[in-house]
Design a protein around this ligand. Structure first.
Ligand code: XUL
Ligand code: CO
Length: 445
């Protein structure tokens, strides 16, 4: 992969040429200790297993601003006043970073790439310029688009929602933005198109017709799907659940809620899930729970990798470092068959006080190395440990005899009554949770 994708001789990250795998004994902080993109794990390279992606919004737009203070990060690519010139500089920086990291994908919302103009048509014109620019960058670097999405939550017009807005004019505006972003995603060869319902929910039920709003959301996604398919989009539409924040209650609360919604509106053949760690934990689920629930329904798609904070009840979007949590996640992902169109997108941001440009590298290196380790550990657990066998044994009474007949739907409640009387009190069988936990720990090495 060529790393010379900067315009002219301008470089934003002169302190590093290329981040490479050097192994766990290396003292070089600008190297991968575990992520070796060509290493085969179960016949597939780490690169193909993990399909890493950089989130444009956090890494190249997020200034570190929070409700208590303005931004802290002086990005050298954010000095231009003209929106398109600024957008081009930022894209130069983005492709330099992604290429130097050896990351195969990136993701963006429309407004991450270029600011909206005052009219829809003017915004689309700006975006066209940037699509041409991005095409060149993708070609020169080999970096691909994992997914595109439209930001339907930041602009004040969306304060009451986008597809669930009580005002049809706002819904129509959101539709125009989604139409353009689907076109952009197709043009850039995006593998997926994401819907995160940022303000699709309510702040108070008192002023909300919930039934009507959810019906509008279903209809909106149907016509977006129909448009995408008509225009030749073959990738997955992904829906990203989150229980709250910014709204008090979001309609795409968690995987179980969204499965019902997708089936109700006939969307389950075109949509899969984009699951984010910290959204799962905000819903009081583990990440593994959400992954497994999606996998059970055959709807697992992609992930937004990050971590929350044990004490804070908001979306802290920190880079993932928890090996036990990620090993549990990778166990589910591998058993579900791994990623097809999806990948591991770092929807994570460096802290407000991480103000050096090199911190962006350390953050991604840490996240990628943790995932690489979790992949190796989970693969070994599935291949070498008694984990799968122990779990299967807990259900062995359904493998034959009356248990099997029950699974096959051949027993009635009267049959159960008769069997129970004949068998007497069941023997106690241990769940052996501690043993399962020990196996995970044993393979973390
Ligand atoms: C917000 C979030 C979004 C989506 C894309 O919590 O996760 O960035 O991933 O809109
Ligand atoms: Co996300």
């Amino acid at each position: 992969m060529s790393i010379n994708v900067t315009v002219g001789d301008k470089t934003y990250f002169p302190f590093v040429e290329k981040v490479s795998y050097e192994g766990a004994d290396s003292d070089n902080p600008m190297s991968y200790k575990y992520y070796d993109e060509n290493r085969l794990v179960g016949g597939k390279t780490m690169k193909d297993h993990l399909r890493f992606s950089v989130a444009y919004w956090h890494s190249f737009c997020g200034t570190g601003a929070d409700p208590f203070g303005v931004g802290t990060k002086d990005f050298p690519w954010a000095v231009q006043q003209n929106p398109v010139a600024l957008a081009k500089e930022r894209m130069d920086a983005a492709f330099e970073f992604v290429s130097k990291m050896g990351i195969p994908f990136y993701c963006f919302h429309d407004v991450d790439v270029v600011d909206e103009a005052t009219t829809i048509l003017e915004s689309e014109k700006r975006m066209r310029t940037m699509v041409d620019y991005a095409k060149e960058k993708q070609k020169a670097s080999g970096v691909k688009l994992l997914w595109g999405t439209s930001n339907l939550f930041s602009h004040p017009r969306y304060m009451n929602g986008a597809a669930t807005n009580p005002d049809f004019q706002v819904l129509a505006h959101a539709g125009a933005r989604v139409k353009d972003m689907i076109d952009v995603t197709i043009e850039l060869g995006g593998a997926n198109y994401v819907f995160w319902g940022g303000r699709e929910g309510y702040l108070s039920l008192l002023n909300t017709d919930m039934k009507r709003e959810i019906e509008h959301l279903g209809r909106f996604l149907q016509i977006a799907r129909d448009y995408g398919r008509k225009m030749g989009f073959r990738g997955d539409f992904l829906i990203e659940p989150k229980p709250c924040e910014p709204t008090k209650h979001q309609y795409d609360y968690d995987v179980a809620t969204v499965i019902t919604f997708l089936r109700q509106y006939g969307l389950e053949k075109d949509f899969r899930f984009n699951l984010e760690t910290n959204h799962a934990t905000l819903a009081n689920h583990t990440f593994a729970h959400e992954l497994q629930t999606a996998a059970n329904a055959g709807l697992f798609g992609s992930i937004d990798a990050n971590r929350g904070d044990e004490q804070n009840g908001w979306d802290t979007d920190q880079f993932p470092t928890n090996l036990f949590e990620l090993t549990e996640a990778m166990l589910v992902i591998l058993e579900a068959g791994g990623f097809a169109n999806g990948g591991v997108n770092f929807d994570a941001k460096t802290r407000r006080n991480s103000t050096d440009l090199e911190d962006l590298f350390y953050a991604h290196i840490g996240g990628m190395d943790t995932f690489a380790r979790a992949l190796l550990i989970a693969h070994n657990i599935l291949e070498k440990s008694p984990y799968k066998k122990l779990r299967a044994e807990r259900y062995s009474s359904y493998d034959s005899g009356k248990g099997k007949e029950f699974e096959e739907g051949r027993l009635t409640l009267t049959d159960l009554h008769k069997i129970a009387i004949e068998s007497g009190e069941p023997m106690q069988k241990s769940g052996k949770q501690e043993l399962f936990e020990n196996i995970i720990n044993q393979y973390i090495r």
